[in-house]
Design a protein around this ligand. Structure first.
Ligand code: FE
Ligand code: FE
Ligand code: ZN
Length: 285
């Protein structure tokens, strides 16, 4: 599916009505991928597995030519908390999520590396690697993605170097990739707006572009380097529409699944998906 016929683009959807419903909703707004929380984003509970529902989504994705999904772990999971019970819960929840993901084989599972809560990035990275070594299963079909973070509080993954150290420190690193969030890298201090090529060169040098598997497309409410992590609608923040035009037309990026996490209802997402598709078509013309 790496032709230039169209982007693989979608948005974060509610999982409340199940998997097949998310597939239908995605199609109804012009999307051919989507993201969803694998369990309650705050509480951490997962719904019972409904294999028939997941099978219906697989059929829908095949018939509608979907690209890979980018599932999102709940953002409360913290593999590098200072509290052992929090780390233990994160490991068990991730292992359970990955087991369920095998009912939708071959997708992506994105997670926030974690917050070291004062232990320091080195200790955080060590804990994250130990957690991944425990949770990842050599036989899994899911690629686990580390999300680039804005560096809010004590977030780990605020630099490409930290992301690279996690991948290198994990014994099962071949199962890992990266999801680059445009708002987060901007807030983290990378110039995704005026130097996209420089950013990608740096990513390639530090992490390796073969690790880049998915994008989160969000504008930012704040200036570069603010470490705030406040998403804005495309074109209404500090990045502007030109940034997203450059991303969807970039030969190194245009084939990746792109997920919107902008402050929108479904109709706003429909409009942003149409905007991205038109920007890509204009770039290709
Ligand atoms: Fe995220
Ligand atoms: Fe994100
Ligand atoms: Zn964010």
């Amino acid at each position: 599916m790496e032709d230039h016929q169209g982007l693989t683009v979608g948005c974060h959807l509610s999982a409340a009505k199940g998997f097949a419903a998310m597939g239908r909703t995605a199609t109804s707004i012009g999307a051919n991928t989507f993201a969803f929380f694998t369990r309650n984003p705050r509480g951490g509970n997962a719904k019972a597995v409904d294999e028939a529902d997941m099978a219906r989504l697989r059929e829908h994705m095949a018939s509608q030519g979907f690209g890979r999904l980018v599932a999102h772990a709940p953002y409360t999971l913290n593999l590098c908390s200072a509290k052992p019970d929090v780390v233990d819960f994160a490991r068990r929840a991730m292992a359970d999520d990955l087991a369920r993901m095998e009912l939708l084989p071959g997708q992506y599972y994105n997670f926030h590396p974690g917050s070291h809560v004062g232990q320091g990035a080195d200790a955080g990275i060590e804990l994250i690697c130990a957690g991944l070594d425990e949770v990842l299963d050599a036989g899994q079909s899911t690629t686990v993605l580390l999300e680039t973070m804005a560096g809010k509080g004590s977030e780990v993954g605020r630099t490409f170097e930290e992301i690279a150290r996690i991948i290198e420190g994990c014994r099962k690193g071949d199962l890992l990739g990266v999801c680059l969030d445009t708002c987060h890298v901007w807030d983290g201090g990378y110039d995704v707006k005026d130097d996209l090529d420089g950013l990608l060169e740096e990513f390639d040098r530090v992490v390796g572009l073969d690790r880049l598997k998915a994008l989160h497309l969000n504008d930012s409410k704040n200036p570069k380097g603010s470490h705030k992590d406040r998403h804005e609608k495309l074109g209404e923040g500090h990045l502007g529409v030109e940034t997203f035009a450059a991303v969807v037309c970039h030969p190194l990026l245009q084939a990746l699944p792109m997920i919107l996490e902008t402050p929108n209802e479904l109709d706003g997402y429909r409009q942003e998906i149409a905007l991205l598709r038109s920007l890509a078509a204009k770039g290709a013309a």
